[in-house]
Design a protein around this ligand. Sequence first.
Ligand SMILES: Cc1cc2nc3c(=O)[nH]c(=O)nc-3n(C[C@H](O)[C@H](O)[C@H](O)COP(=O)(O)OP(=O)(O)OC[C@H]3O[C@@H](n4cnc5c(N)ncnc54)[C@H](O)[C@@H]3O)c2cc1C
Ligand SMILES: NC(=O)c1ccc[n+]([C@@H]2O[C@H](COP(=O)([O-])OP(=O)(O)OC[C@H]3O[C@@H](n4cnc5c(N)ncnc54)[C@H](O)[C@@H]3O)[C@@H](O)[C@H]2O)c1
Length: 466
Amino acid sequence: MTSHNVDLAIIGSGSGNSLITNYWDDKKVAIAEGSTFGGTCLNVGCIPTKMFVRPAHLARGVEEAALLGVKMSVENVDWPAMRDRIFGRIDAISSGGEDYRERLENVELISQYVTLGQDNTLTAQDGTTISAKQLVIAAGSRPSMPNIEGIELDAVHTSDSVMRLDKLPESLVIIGGGYIACEFAAMFSGLGTKVTQLVRSGALMRQLDTEISDAYNKEAAAHWTVRYHTEAKALRQTDSGLDVVLGDETLSADAVLVAIGRIPNTDKIGAEKAGLDLHQDGRLKVDEYQRVLRAGKPVTGLYALGDISSAAQLKHVANYEARLVAYNLEHPESLRKNSNRAVPAAVFTHPEIAIIGLTEEEAREQLGAENLTVKTQKFGDTAYGWAMEEQTGLFKVLADKRTGKLVGAHAMGPESSNLIQPVIMAMNLDIDAHTAATGQYWIHPALMEVVENALLGLDVPDSGLL
Ligand SMILES: Cc1cc2nc3c(=O)[nH]c(=O)nc-3n(C[C@H](O)[C@H](O)[C@H](O)COP(=O)(O)OP(=O)(O)OC[C@H]3O[C@@H](n4cnc5c(N)ncnc54)[C@H](O)[C@@H]3O)c2cc1C
Ligand SMILES: NC(=O)c1ccc[n+]([C@@H]2O[C@H](COP(=O)([O-])OP(=O)(O)OC[C@H]3O[C@@H](n4cnc5c(N)ncnc54)[C@H](O)[C@@H]3O)[C@@H](O)[C@H]2O)c1
């Protein structure tokens, strides 16, 4: 039986892989990865999805062009070429990263699933044991599946498999109304698939600020079919695809995509058996230094990061936590705390959405309505918005009237994920709204003027700048 004694062991090769800095060059490290090297973001998450979003966006360009007096048509969507270009790049990056780790003398790559034992030990599927001075759990999350008849059928997909389909489905039923469902609904419908999205509640992306959520739901429903208050009761194989039973009614589709949330892999690593503290949703509990808790106390030398412990299942959060854990592993005598700064996110659906901080409802509750100032700037009321004939985009900012402190921003429209960054910067660096608006030049007539105008529209104290 093989056993390894190492200075550092890591479960998971997503953000966990970046913990292996030069500091470990003269020390022993083991990294366990039971699936494809590189984790979710690279192989089945952020990167391939956005590589599909781009061609879908181009295909949708026909709509915008028509508004501007250019008649275009999409001749052909070559799904196999698109898919092979995307995974031709991604698979090579994954296997290149794996080869690199395998070649490093100080690193032991364990290409198997492992489970936790006592005192920072791990056991692999073939019985290999790893005993580590410090251990990091970065084992991520996986798609959650509803318990309905037919869920195991071949034509039922999750985000793990739907991007590798042999051909572009003519029709697709998507179950779910969150990030993944809305990104794939926009992507497949943009490429020409007839998409029907089934949502249990009365709104897609219902956690959004209500003004943005209302605007987004209107736009989504104008581009693909959204069925609210609708649940799939059973899925049945047919000669041509699947029947999706809704109750009295049945929909037919080539394929079904399930996107109803992701569950942390704590069960897979045996976290409960190892006595580690869990949140109700199955995440590991960690303290402000990312140390894993057992009976409310941090376990010496045991850290967690990313989807397995974070409320925000986002790659920039996993990467930030990896930088923090890397620092703390290397400086056990002077640990640094998680900044707990506001977490931004963007949803690459159509139209694109970006968010940071409080919604208007939350801000009213927290600051008091009388202390809140809000401005919603229409993209269509700026020079570049005219150039684009933009009719739906919104950029909303919220601030404390008394101090000018920005407390949130919510955007829907082209390039929202980029446009929101100056507000993220102002919020993180504590720059008040008036200084952010007037303390710099804003390039004219760039689309970014949407943000300038939104900030200028707030009722906040004058910074003295012009
Ligand atoms: C379709 C999709 C699109 C997304 N798009 C975005 C986006 O645009 N922007 C964004 O910020 N976030 C996005 N995300 C979320 C983002 O991908 C995750 O938050 C991030 O990848 C989490 O990183 P991680 O290191 O915590 O986990 P992962 O990258 O999932 O890594 C965990 C690794 O651990 C391995 N593992 C698990 N259990 C074991 C075990 N017992 N033994 C050995 N190995 C194990 C897994 O195989 C996996 O490779 C998306 C996610 C999905 C699914
Ligand atoms: N652009 C991005 O940053 C990005 C993109 C994709 C995924 N992600 C991350 O991945 C996470 C998971 O994405 P997701 O879309 O799977 O989850 P989600 O939490 O965003 O949305 C899940 C949706 O499924 C619904 N739902 C839950 N159970 C259901 C059931 N049994 N039947 C029908 N509907 C049900 C929920 O009401 C919700 O609308 C996201 O929360 C996000 O953090 C981020």
